[in-house]
Design a protein around this ligand. Sequence first.
Ligand SMILES: Cc1cc2nc3c(=O)[nH]c(=O)nc-3n(C[C@H](O)[C@H](O)[C@H](O)COP(=O)(O)O)c2cc1C
Ligand code: SF4
Length: 495
Amino acid sequence: MSSDRDKRLARVLPVPRWPSSEEARALRWFAPGSLGPLATHGRTWVPAMVPWRASPDGFVTEKVVDWYRRFAEGRPAVLVIEATGIRDVPSGPLLRIGHERFVPGLRDLARAVREASDGQTRLLIQLIDFLAIRRRPTAEKFFGRYLEIDRALRSRLAAHLGDDDLGRAPEGVLRERLLGLAEADYELVLSARDLESYRRGYRERVTDVHLPAIRDLPEVLPPLFAAAAERAQAAGFDGVELHYAHAYTMASFLSARNDRGDGYGGPRGNRVRLPLEVFTEVRRAVGPDFVVGCRYLGDEVIEGGSRLDDALYFAERFAAAGMDFLSVSKGGKFEDAKAPKVGQSIYPYTGPSGQECMPTVRIDARGPFGRNVPLARAVRRAVRGAGFETPVVTAGGVCSPYQAEEILAAGDVDFVAAGRQTLADPDWFLKIRRGRGDEVRRCLYTNYCEALDQAHKEVTCQRWDHGFPAHEGEVPRSADGKRRLVAPPWPGHSS
Ligand SMILES: Cc1cc2nc3c(=O)[nH]c(=O)nc-3n(C[C@H](O)[C@H](O)[C@H](O)COP(=O)(O)O)c2cc1C
Ligand code: SF4
């Protein structure tokens, strides 16, 4: 049974009409499709969603396998495994593919998905690179240790305090004087970058070319992505989704804010260069029979960021290069994210761009339902207009089969993804196909799951824990013992 709050919120969801099994058979969502070399049984798609279940050193765990097996039981046409790190560096419990030692676990995962879906679900893995971010420091740590004291800072502080001696004073004295300043004074004394590191935590950018590791990204990343894709192929995946979206390295190269002066920033043609070089190297490594596409942004939704016209240009270049699909997302950036609390890290889904990425029912009067379709539609038109057949994928607030039908019938996209709705009810595709849509456990689009993601806690759905008897037997629970780790079973599954 749902809570009153759930019921109240559910009222704002579009009331779906559920098809009979015969009607469902006629829906385009369940009609065969293709992704480059690969046939798909439908046009349903589960986009990448990080569940925070990998081991602390990035291996596939039993819980990871259980999570994806549960999705596979609903038999989506395409399932994308969460953002998976391509480097062999510690990155907490984020799934990793940066070394051969990760392959056996990933192979088990791929096998579990095949078995649970009876070989029907096509399996992609999202490959990600990201740059360093640090937690927001205390003032003591920042001014006592992290802040670099240079000449410019010395003279700004000396001028601000009217104390010429600070120009020559030992560093310790400056640090003390800085720590003693009022909060508002930091805006006058610190550089914009230092102020940001103090208030939001230090964050590397692709434009920090004074750092050798950042300068060398164009040399380093193509082979790293290519090796990761080869491992995915060896592990039995059907393809890879290059993560060129949201707040991460490749999206930052595409961003209009990227002004690197080395031929990889500035004009669009330069900004798309590394993403294309990565794709070329990946394709060379895996050959033509392995699906390689990307997820990227139709709009960054930040000041000075890339907009739809940039996205249309990139789409044509990606399609011309031979990508097998383009999955269009929106926003999800660090630049407009809320400042984290001291001791916490900035999370790119807290500002206006983040709300566009995972829109809730509270976003505005329009709501989250199919919100990102116009971007994907424009991308598909641009791609078709340029003479390419590259499939385009949309995601964002898809929660009913006739909504997907309308999008597909209009020729807006080729695949319609549903993330949170599939999280709420992994069986929902199957329920609809069997004419049992009225049994679908519907997503409320209030982002309880996303708050868990933000806290780096095991992601679960609020709806899994309502209406199921406590005595139902031993079910795997979250670390706090309070939440189910996988969606409740559907008794009708094997009928
Ligand atoms: C818990 C959670 C984790 C997510 N993790 C990823 C991710 O790893 N990679 C990605 O590209 N998008 C990620 N997303 C975004 C989703 O793929 C999707 O684009 C978004 O939720 C909007 O679609 P929906 O309304 O169907 O949920 C995540 C979303 C959620 C709710
Ligand atoms: S927790 Fe997430 S998937 Fe579950 S109902 Fe809320 S928004 Fe939907």
